[in-house]
Design a protein around this ligand. Sequence first.
Ligand code: 3EB
Length: 352
Amino acid sequence: MTSEAITRPQEIEYHFGGAAAAPAAAQGCVFQVHYGSADFVDVSTSPARMGIAMQSDSCAVDLVENWYADSSAETTTGAILDGQMRYIELGDEILFFGELGRLADVEGSSFQSYKAILDTLHQKGFHTLVRSWNFIPQINHCPEGAIEIYQDFCKGRALAFDARGIDEFQLPAATGIGSYTTAITGYLIASKRADYLHVENPLQSPAYKYPPKFGPKSPSFARGTLHLESGHGRAQGTRFFLSGTASIRGAETMWPGDVRRQLTTLMENIRYLVSDENPHLAQQGLSMGLGDFDHFKVYFRHAKDFDIIRKLLLEDWQIAAEKLHFMNVDICRSDLLVELEGCINRAGPIAV
Ligand code: 3EB
């Protein structure tokens, strides 16, 4: 291997709307997320780019995430909140990216950002929330006389959903994870289409029903969001966005302090969620497996756990090495040691 090959960033692909079903030549990359050592937003380039600081002192991160769309889709760009949040409109889909909150006033600023995004979605007719990523620095920190940063963020976010009248069944798949960013940042996808289905996991309490001991307002997300494309004259597509998934059964953390057992429990959560043992999937005539995932992002708290987590994913769970992307960050509950998210992208339906 040349040194160039070694240092080249890893890449992953996402597709907006029906883009996965379109021929590759008819697609263009419209947005890039650079997971690495720096925060930035650059809308002067094509594609527009966002950088997210996820690299720890002991674990290098160099991952580029490419978002593709049908190049026939009309593209409109804009900004809200004085440029703090940008958006790219692509036909039936819209993408927001930028600053979601500030550490000086976590609840208030997260409420304002989410409220502005949700108001804009409402005005523009994007009524389906699809997927969001939320990167939260000092996520487990508890300022004097206050609640943890994560719980404060959840409160602001939940109040914005409440204010917009968005009920729990409309909440999208999400990731809410620690980061080395200077502010709370992230990106969010929404659609004008109604052919998305938010999925829960019977093994886990819906996050929006977690009891108050985990925070004054529960986290606002679904365990996964499924896109069942029933195109006219176009190949059908099945896309599944898996939310950040951890070692939680019911609402409780399982196996605090034991990273191996946490990984086993969370992988069983994922396996069950996407299989036809989950009535929500069986109802759709769908059954998927761990092998159907295009990629996984693996968030782990302690650098020392990297080797064992990687080994178990490769050997016990038979996940291909090139599908795994690791980031050494804190996780929303201080007893959680590892969390995975991922995406399934299939040109055709995956029938039972
Ligand atoms: C959990 O199951 C783990 O706050 O948006 C996973 C996915 C988690 C999304 C969020 C949090 C979020 O509760 C944490």
